[in-house]
Design a binder for this molecule. Structure first.
Ligand code: ATP
Length: 301
């Protein structure tokens, strides 16, 4: 079994003048996992990803991607990495089929272009020129180009921005299929449902560093957080916070038997609740991010 981390980042720093875009960031991505990086605008996600891809130099810190420092990487390393680049306009006159076949030629062991076009849902557009694709279709093509070379590690920066709900769902299936084949995927996203559906682990980045890292279901103590039990009784809504909702629901069930407990609900904080709580704390003195409200308290009040 391969135990070398797919990505290892220790105390990464990248400053733009006085702006600390990345400020002591640590990250380990295991081989074969889907790892999502969440964080507000300007948190340092794209800067970090671009350093990992070898497109930006760091100021300080240790970085190994597939065991190699991206600043010293060669062509062979690059062929093991899948990078989804933003649309290249000079290829806009090619058709989808021509472009995928063309890019496949650069790799020693490419995927079958026709199968790939089908997998990203572009079969009906295979003969369409790239410039005539919609934004979401273009993004799917970008992803096809990122995975045509069978990368061991795939970087995706906000991959489903601009997708309609159906396209997002089928794109998620595509990514889960890639993971099942053994591809490691590191993605950034602003969609918490996307992180929840796809990611084995998520990191929340704020002010250039990781402030939380866990499985989506456990982030911020979600799984063990007190639940809010709500029901209707005597014409009013009753609520009680409890660490043992099953016991309370059992008690209510006995009290109302043989009827249903009216309006019964057991609520726990969502990933969005814990995320907003994490990124909404008072900003550190050096940061300029906006303060966000904390719905977690409202959700379990
Ligand atoms: P978003 O969610 O909006 O994509 P992000 O988390 O990807 O944000 P970055 O793009 O990494 O954030 O930017 C981090 C910080 O660094 C921001 O404050 C940004 O303005 C700044 N920054 C990024 N690139 C440069 C640059 N080339 N020169 C100066 N400042 C930059």
């Amino acid at each position: 079994m391969n135990t070398t981390p797919a990505v290892l980042v220790r105390d990464l720093h990248k400053h733009y003048g006085a702006k600390r875009a990345v400020d002591g960031l640590d990250l380990t991505v295991h081989p074969g996992e889907i790892f999502a990086v969440l964080g507000p605008n300007g948190a340092g996600k794209t800067t970090t990803i671009e350093i990992l891809e070898g497109y930006r130099d760091r100021d300080r810190g240790e970085v190994a991607v597939l065991g190699v420092d991206p600043q010293r990487a060669d062509r062979r390393w690059r062929s093991r990495i899948g990078i989804v680049l933003q649309s290249a306009d000079d290829q806009a006159e090619l058709t989808v089929r021509e472009l995928v076949h063309h890019v496949a030629l650069y790799y020693p062991r490419p995927r079958d272009p026709e199968q790939l076009i089908d997998a990203v849902g572009l079969s009906a557009k295979a003969s369409t020129r790239v410039r005539q694709l919609s934004g979401g279709q273009r993004r799917r093509l970008d992803v096809a180009l990122g995975i045509v070379g069978r990368p061991e590690l795939l970087f995706l920066d906000e991959p489903t921005t601009g997708f309609d709900p159906e396209a997002r769902r089928s794109f998620w299936e595509l990514l889960l299929g890639l993971r099942d084949e053994g591809t490691t995927i590191l993605l950034t996203t602003h969609y918490l449902d996307e992180a929840e559906h796809l990611a084995d682990r998520v990191a929340v980045v704020r002010d250039g560093r990781v402030v939380a890292l866990d499985a989506p279901a456990a982030l911020g103590g979600r799984a063990t957080h007190e639940a809010l039990v709500r029901w209707q009784e005597d014409g009013v809504t009753r609520e009680r916070r409890t660490p043992t909702p099953t016991a309370l629901v059992g008690e209510l069930a006995r009290r109302f038997a043989p009827d249903e407990v009216p309006g019964l609900a057991v609520l726990r904080p969502t990933l969005e609740d814990v995320y907003l709580e994490m990124v909404g704390e008072a900003p550190r003195a050096s940061a300029g991010d906006t303060t966000v409200s904390t719905p977690l308290e409202e959700a379990v009040r």
